[in-house]
Design a protein around this ligand. Structure first.
Ligand SMILES: [Zn+2]
Length: 459
């Protein structure tokens, strides 16, 4: 079993007090010890000098649509419903090759922003275009990130009162079969798991009530988690009131979609009562501030949710609604959004770090394994060069402030996933970084070409 000692480092463990100069001892894929002062003598251990660095838990991304890397920069000034309507049929042209290129670039980009675990919500599966779910899993393995892909789905097209065109939806029985197969094929429930699958019908305006209840039953029979979009915009609330006579959270309650095994993306438009229901039921949410800002969706009540005991994690959301957003940058966005709404004490830098790490781990049901730097947890660690001589951030004495407040992320000295190096000095280690970037660009051009061939060109 390999040993690593990170020394002379400022440690922000998220749980427990910060250690201004300490060490982290990694054995195999776990953290063996976190402590103040010099590292113990461990024969054969690799030593990493953390002088001038801040160690945090690896960041956890709890909402994404990796395929959207291939459709960035489109419908730039649209509302959510306008943007979706413009893009559904472009996305319907994607194939496994598009997903492979987009997911590789998206996951590489996430790793470079300190992310060690990412979920993904993939909900469009055009027929005859290869195994899209397998393609993103392959990309995550190549980059080296812990991956929680959610098998998404839509079964309520326009003819059934839904928003998406009928051409992008699947039949309920096909969805349940494919989702069960995805769980059976890929889900690993072990402590060290690199891959867990969630069940994720897309949204209240693209999914039938039957699919929601059947999906919940399926997930619970298999012991996996549930994820969907909820309360993202006021248009969605109006849609729910018109079609099912209930606001989104009330509708979820009726469908059995609240509980400690559920996390929702966005949760922007919540009432006081909704927030209390989230807290009481242990329902989590993924805050995606850049996406909410880009689409003009609103500002989630994150500081109130935290105050009332509801769990919040962070998400970059799909690259087509957030545009190259980094996960480290979402800490800053979350902090600024809350302060813009509630004042300067609404969210501290350390709270932003906590939702980006432990909050995310809770959303994914992995708070025992991930989200803080503690002995016994998995060695998912980000080492930020906040105070190194010559670094711009070195003018800031508080390294957590330097990490969260700045627009420019401090250099990422090292990113460990289960003790294995994924990033070193801002370079991906398992895969050629420029190759990933090229493949992401190719995925975009391929998707635009495939969409144009089907008569759905867009600019
Ligand atoms: Zn989303």
């Amino acid at each position: 079993m390999s040993s690593i000692l990170i020394e002379n480092v400022h440690i922000a463990p998220v749980v427990g007090p910060e250690i201004p100069s300490g060490h982290i001892h990694v054995e195999g894929d776990r953290i063996a010890a976190v402590g103040a002062g010099p590292a113990p003598d461990v024969p054969g251990a690799a030593r990493i000098d953390g002088t001038g660095c801040l160690a945090t838990p690896g960041l956890v991304n709890t909402h994404h649509h990796l395929y959207q890397w291939a459709s960035q920069g489109l419908a730039q000034d649209a509302t959510l419903f306008e943007w979706l309507t413009a893009l559904y049929q472009v996305w319907a042209a994607m194939d496994a090759e598009v997903v492979r290129g987009a997911a590789g670039a998206g996951l590489g980009h996430l790793a470079l922003s300190g992310c060690t675990t990412s979920s993904d919500h993939h909900y469009i599966f055009p027929k005859g275009r290869g195994d899209l779910f397998a393609a993103e899993i392959e990309a995550a393995r190549e980059v080296g990130l812990r991956f929680h892909p959610a098998r998404g789905s839509m079964d309520r097209g326009k003819s059934q009162g839904g928003l998406p065109p009928d051409v992008v939806v699947e039949r309920l029985d096909e969805i349940l079969d494919a989702t069960a197969e995805a769980v059976d094929t890929y889900h690993d429930p072990s402590f060290s798991s690199m891959l867990r699958v969630a069940v994720a019908p897309c949204s209240p305006f693209s999914v039938s009530a039957d699919l929601m209840t059947e999906a919940a039953a399926l997930a619970r029979s298999k012991g996996v988690r549930l994820h969907t979009h909820l309360a993202e915009t006021l248009d969605e609330e109006e849609h729910c009131l018109r079609q099912v006579g209930q606001r989104p959270v009330d509708y979820m309650e009726k469908l059995g979609w609240l509980g400690p095994d559920v996390w929702f993306a966005h949760a922007v438009h919540l009432s006081d009562g909704d927030i209390d229901v989230f807290a009481q039921t242990g329902t989590g949410s993924a805050h995606c501030p850049s996406s909410n800002g880009r689409l003009g969706a609103g500002i989630a009540r994150v500081s109130e949710m935290l105050h009332r005991g509801a769990n919040v994690g962070l998400g970059v959301d799909g690259s087509a609604s957030a545009e190259l957003t980094s996960l480290s940058g979402e800490m800053r966005q979350a902090l600024l959004f809350q302060r813009a709404r509630y004042g300067p004490t609404a969210l501290t830098a350390r709270q932003a770090l906590e939702i980006a790490t432990l909050g995310g781990a809770r959303n994914l049901g992995r708070q025992e394994e991930l989200g803080s730097l503690e002995a016994g947890k998995l060695a998912d660690i980000a080492l930020w060069r906040t105070g190194a001589t010559g670094a711009f951030a070195s003018a800031v004495a508080d390294p957590v402030c330097a990490l969260v407040f700045g627009t420019r992320q401090p250099p990422l000295a090292r990113l460990l996933v289960g003790g294995r190096t994924v990033v070193e000095d801002d370079e991906l280690r398992n895969v050629a970084q420029d190759g990933l970037g090229r493949a992401g660009g190719e995925a975009h051009r391929r998707l635009m070409r495939l969409a144009a061939e089907q008569g759905f060109g867009i600019s």
